[in-house]
Design a protein around this ligand. Structure first.
Ligand SMILES: Cc1cc2nc3c(=O)[nH]c(=O)nc-3n(C[C@H](O)[C@H](O)[C@H](O)COP(=O)(O)OP(=O)(O)OC[C@H]3O[C@@H](n4cnc5c(N)ncnc54)[C@H](O)[C@@H]3O)c2cc1C
Length: 337
C-alpha cells in the first residue's frame, strides 16, 4: 500500500477543484484494502474511495480524512455457455476494458467507449452512453464491506441499478469498496436500431461496420467532437443528469413542444437542450464555460474555488426551473470536507 499525505484533491479529479486530502492510500491487493480501512479507523478519520476522479468534485477546505484508490489491475477471461465472463480488477482504466472486449469481438460495452474512469467506479453510477449501460452486462462485483469488515460478492440484482443509480451511490453510499467487477459479454453485434446519434452518423458517413470495434470507432469519433478530453480541459463530463419523465409527464412535455426521447430506459429530456434554451450554451459563468457542443457539460476554464462552481450551478438550475419547471440534478459526487 502506498501512503501519501497532503495531496491536493484538485490534482486527483478532472474538474481540478479541491484543497488537500490528509491521506491518500493507494491499494494494490485485497488485504491492502482491509489495512487501509484499519488505518483510517486507527486515526478515527472518515474515508472516501476515489477512482480517476472523473465524476468527483473537491471542496476548497479539502478532506480531513483518508482517500483510498484502487490500483489493482488485470482482466481474467472465462468462457461460459453464452459467451465470456470477464473479471476486471477495479484499478483498470475503463476504456482499456472496452478496447480489450472490442478486439475480441465481444459485444455489450462498445457504446461505453471513452468514458473516463476506472473499472471499479463504473457500477457506482451505472455508467451509460449511446443506449448501453454497464448494468446490461454486469453479473456481480467483489467488494470489501467496510461496515462488516469482510469481503463479499454482490450480484447485479442486489445492486438495484437504474439510470445513474445503484445502491453504491444511494442506500449503501461509501460502504463498499469495489475490488473487481464481472461482466458477461457475447460474440456478435449490438442489436438494431442503434442510438439516434449513432444511426445519424452511420447514415451520414455510409458506414457498414457494426462490429464492436466498428461501433467503438463511431462512438469515439462522436464523443471526440462533442465532449472535452479531461487531459486537455477540466470537466466532470455531464454536470447535470438528464430529466426522466413518466408517460403522462412526457405527453405534457410533448404538447408544449419539448423534445422527448423515448428510449428503452424511459422517457427523457436532454438537460443540455434545457440549458441551451435558457441562453447559457457557450457562456462563461464564474470561470465555467457551458460547453458549446453539449451544454450539460461545464468546463473549468479559470475557476479556482468551489464557490465559483456553486454560483454557476445555481444560476443554471434557477434559470431552467423558472422557464420549464424542471429541477436539474447534479451528476458528480462531492468529497464533503
Ligand atoms: C469528459 C467526461 C465524459 C464523461 N462521459 C460519461 C458518460 O458518457 N457516461 C457516464 O455514465 N459517465 C460519464 N462521465 C462520468 C465518469 O466518467 C464516470 O462516472 C466514471 O465511472 C467515473 O470513474 P472514476 O474512476 O473517475 O470515478 P470517481 O470520480 O473517482 O468516483 C466516482 C464515484 O465512484 C466511487 N468509487 C470510485 N471507485 C470506487 C471503488 N473502487 N469502489 C467503490 N466506490 C468507488 C467514488 O466514491 C465516487 O462516489 C464522464 C466524465 C467526463 C470527465
Amino acid at each position: 500500500m502506498r501512503v501519501n499525505e497532503n495531496i491536493l484533491i484538485s490534482s486527483l479529479t478532472t474538474m481540478r477543484l479541491g484543497g488537500p486530502a490528509r491521506y491518500v492510500l493507494e491499494v494494490e491487493s485485497p488485504s491492502d484494502v482491509a489495512d487501509a480501512y484499519g488505518f483510517a479507523a486507527q486515526f478515527n478519520l472518515p474515508t472516501f474511495v476515489l477512482g480517476y476522479g472523473a465524476n468527483t468534485i473537491g471542496h476548497d477546505e479539502g478532506f480531513n480524512g483518508v482517500i483510498i484508490i484502487n490500483r489493482m489491475q488485470g482482466i481474467t477471461e472465462t468462457p461460459v455457455s453464452d459467451g465470456v465472463e470477464l473479471k476486471i480488477m477495479g484499478g483498470e482504466f475503463w476504456d482499456n476494458v472496452v478496447a480489450y472486449a472490442c478486439e475480441k469481438g465481444l459485444t455489450g460495452i462498445e457504446a461505453l467507449s471513452k468514458i473516463p474512469g476506472l473499472a471499479g467506479a463504473a457500477p457506482v453510477q451505472n455508467i451509460g452512453a449511446y443506449g448501453q449501460q454497464i448494468s446490461d452486462s454486469l453479473i456481480s462485483i467483489d467488494v470489501y464491506d467496510s461496515a462488516s469488515q469482510s469481503f463479499k460478492t454482490l450480484t447485479k440484482s442486489e445492486l438495484n441499478f437504474s439510470y445513474r443509480h445503484s445502491i453504491l451511490n444511494t442506500t449503501a453510499k461509501n460502504r463498499y469498496f469495489v475490488i473487481s467487477i464481472t461482466l458477461n459479454l457475447k460474440p456478435g453485434q449490438m442489436p438494431h436500431p442503434f442510438y439516434n446519434s449513432i444511426e445519424r452518423y452511420i447514415a451520414e458517413h455510409q458506414l457498414t461496420d457494426f462490429t464492436p470495434s466498428g461501433i467503438r470507432e463511431i462512438v469515439s469519433t462522436i464523443r471526440a467532437d462533442k465532449l472535452p478530453d479531461p487531459l486537455e480541459k477540466a470537466s466532470s463530463g455531464s454536470f447535470f443528469k438528464n430529466i426522466y419523465l413518466s408517460n403522462a409527464e412526457a405527453e405534457k412535455a410533448e404538447e408544449k413542444g419539448y423534445p422527448v426521447y423515448r428510449g428503452k430506459d424511459g422517457n427523457k429530456i436532454n438537460s443540455g437542450w434545457l440549458i441551451e434554451q435558457v441562453g447559457f450554451k457557450g457562456k462563461l459563468l464564474h470561470g465555467f464555460r457551458v460547453n458549446d457542443k453539449a451544454a450539460l457539460v461545464l468546463i473549468n476554464e479559470s475557476a479556482k474555488s468551489y464557490n465559483d462552481l456553486a454560483k454557476a450551478r445555481s444560476e443554471i438550475i434557477g434559470r431552467v426551473y423558472d422557464k420549464f419547471g424542471y429541477w436539474l440534478e447534479q451528476e458528480p459526487v462531492e468529497i464533503e470536507p
